[in-house]
Design a protein. Structure first.
Length: 199
């Protein structure tokens, strides 16, 4: 792996702060494997580690304007990754209660017609969110998130590298989540299930 000098890293972070995707891609290639290995040790699950790795780099992209270029980005990423593990534990506990509540309400008010409308609306919202994506990001998102293909399978189908698929997913997931959060709350709850694999 390439070793960055403090000057090189600072320049990358300044370019990242300016919204330069090539700088983001360089940082991803430099640090994603180490962050992934750390997450794997903490979670003991390749699936969860992979999801949290994507979340970590989504946060990096979303907070690019606020990152201090004089600080170590590796230390910053390590801290974000650890926080994502802690958030996951809290989220799972919260989601379990939420799922029980939704199931209880659903049993009491079950209606085939209402159910079909509900899921039709959620599907339409997801499709609208995906219209915000570039063709390559949309394809990567559809193959991996909706059709359940592995990164390797998606990469082969798209004719690109696994790293490129992963980069596309970081950007696509951030855009889709932001779109959903601007939408109605009940749709956001439903679609969040599609954006996070079952742990």
């Amino acid at each position: 792996m390439q070793i960055l000098t403090a000057t090189d890293e600072k320049e990358l972070l300044l370019r990242l702060g300016a919204g330069e995707e090539t700088a983001f891609n360089t940082l991803y290639k430099l640090y994603s494997n180490k962050i992934y290995n750390r997450l794997l040790k903490l979670t003991q699950s390749e699936q969860i580690a992979d999801e949290l790795l994507q979340d970590t780099f989504v946060i990096l992209w979303n907070k690019r304007h606020t990152i201090n270029p004089d600080l170590s980005i590796k230390a910053w990423l390590d801290k974000v990754a650890r926080n994502e593990v802690y958030h996951l534990h809290r989220k799972l506990a919260h989601d379990k209660k939420l799922q029980e509540h939704i199931l209880s309400t659903f049993i009491e008010t079950y209606s085939h017609t209402e159910e079909n409308i509900y899921f039709k609306e959620s599907h339409e919202l997801l499709e609208k969110a995906m219209q915000e994506l570039s063709p390559q990001r949309k394809q990567a998102f559809r193959l991996c998130r909706l059709e359940g293909l592995s990164y390797q399978e998606a990469a082969e189908q798209m004719g690109v590298s696994v790293s490129t698929v992963s980069n596309h997913l970081v950007q696509a997931t951030s855009i889709v989540r932001s779109y959903i959060l601007r939408s109605r709350e009940r749709m956001a709850i439903l679609l969040s299930i599609l954006l996070v694999k079952n742990f």
